[in-house]
Design a protein around this ligand. Sequence first.
Ligand code: WTA
Length: 628
Amino acid sequence: MSDLKGDVYYPSQEVINHAHVPNWDELNDFAQNNYEEFWAKQAEELHWFQKWDKVIEDAEKPFYKWFVGGKTNIAYNCLDAHTKTYRRNKLALIWEGEDGEERTFSYFALYRETSKFANILKSLGVKKGDRVTIYMGRVPELIMAMLACARIGAIHSVIYGGFSVEALHERIDDSQSKVLITCDGAFQRGKIVPLKSIADEALQRAGAVEHVLVIKRTGQEVYMEQGRDMWYHELEKLPVAAPNCPIEEMDAEDPLFILYTSGTTGKPKAILHTHGGYMVGTYTTLKYVFDIHDDDRYWCAADPGWITGHSYIVYGPFLNGATSFMYEGAPNFPYPNRWWQMAERYGISILYTAPTAIRGLMRFGEAWVNRHDLSGLRLLGSVGEPINPEAWRWYHRVIGKEKCPIMDTWWQTETGMFMITPTPSLPLKPGSGTKPFFGLQMDILNEEGEPVGANEEGYLVIKNPWPAMMRTIYNDPERFVTQYWSKYPGLYMTGDSAKRDEDGYYWVIGRVDDVIKVSGYRLGTAEIESALVSHHDVAEAAAIGIPHEVRGNTIYAYVILKQGVEKSPELVELLKAHVGHEMGPIGKPEKIEFVDALPKTRSGKIMRRVLKAQALGQDPGNLSTLEE
Ligand code: WTA
């Protein structure tokens, strides 16, 4: 039992004894003083075809390189390496469909399936360095597709299955992918999301896609374009799909994937991660933070289409040889106990999810949870936004039975790995991610770049490089420098504001830019606005995030209609549906208000904070830069 002292939760001796790192200070001191050695030791636990010459290369800051000269392949370390050990027949993946279907794969089986997939991709002409877009539901083939790309050195670009036509088109176009992998459809809350027909519409708008590989999941009729579209289950039967495929030896700095995310302004950016550093970073953080052991059943309930899924459903767990569980559907389908039923059935020992999911399930009450034996749980995790103390305590008491420490992990698509996070041996404070991971140096600065005092709010920055750091924005290195490294030259700007208390614990407050977190999903005001403006009745639009009890934030939009267009409640609904069709349901504004003008600066920038203050009935503050 953990000891409950005021607002600090001390881990039990049992938790500390079990942990890979029983003494946090000791390892942190070592990592702070021997940073390169700390990371080199971690890297040595993985397989390299050729060892690196240098751990960190900083000659061209901020374009850092890690494990320079090293040759490896992350897919080799995720699969092949385990097939040569006692883990060969250990379960790598347990999957449950929303309809109750169950599939399991041992490490050897996943290796074979992935090899088949890789051979099929090769037969379609995919080569090292080519981009492959993956747009699927949460099915095992999504994981195989990612690992197959990695295996042959292709760069995967996974687009979240909840995105829609324009979001998909824009990302395919930017990456210039030759191959798109999708499903006929995806099950979600008992309905079918028509992934293939959304993809067809996106492809009509452009892109360099030559082949579409379709996985059958829902079985509904779909259009197949001759010469372009192919069924995976048909190709799988051909001799070309042999269950072994030579691994491509990759340079540590070769790209592994790009993942689009919303930034301060404009279009989503393609964040680029590499084989070497990303591999070492995700391996090490998952091992230490979630204290992964061979007998664990680990469940990260995110979607592989976001960074949490990339790092901690796919790469981190397989690098650690863990048994990972993935569920296809909605948490409360058909009943609010679905998650707890599965946690019990599969004996989940580690559960990693987002505050929004916890708040959503909290609403249904404890009785749904208490019908299930969750005694197998020993560690819990949280990610995506600050966790409010009420949700933290519920998670701790009702799900974790007061014995499971909660790892509140702060990180980003750009960081690739956990950055501010406890490990199980650290005392916890609800709502704080505790301290920077071993060896990391972070700070909180004011506008002038000076560190702020204890409990004062400022900009969160990172001061030293880390292995899983993004290397660049694909096709836009300049924007990488201006967006992340220019506010305070030499320091990485996170885009978040935070405070640090007298114990050195960090409290992340939220974004200081135009990024909105809706149900943990990262959206940009610019994307929502451009979806609105793409409707023929709309002249101009502004989107803002408004605090929401369950979702964290919800979207309000302000729209100026074109001359002569009649305002009506029907048009509001139409515009909402239009955003849903273009961007996906997660981008749909909860409220749309028609206005005659938007508050702008003299240089024409929309002042979203003024709209937000108004919507919340607050004082808009300094308006001296307002145009009128
Ligand atoms: C927010 C998700 C508070 C933060 C892994 C960050 C958090 C953004 C936490 C990145 C947390 C993520 N506590 N805030 N534990 N985790 N955030 O790229 O604002 O989807 O900048 O990566 O989520 O979102 P992204």
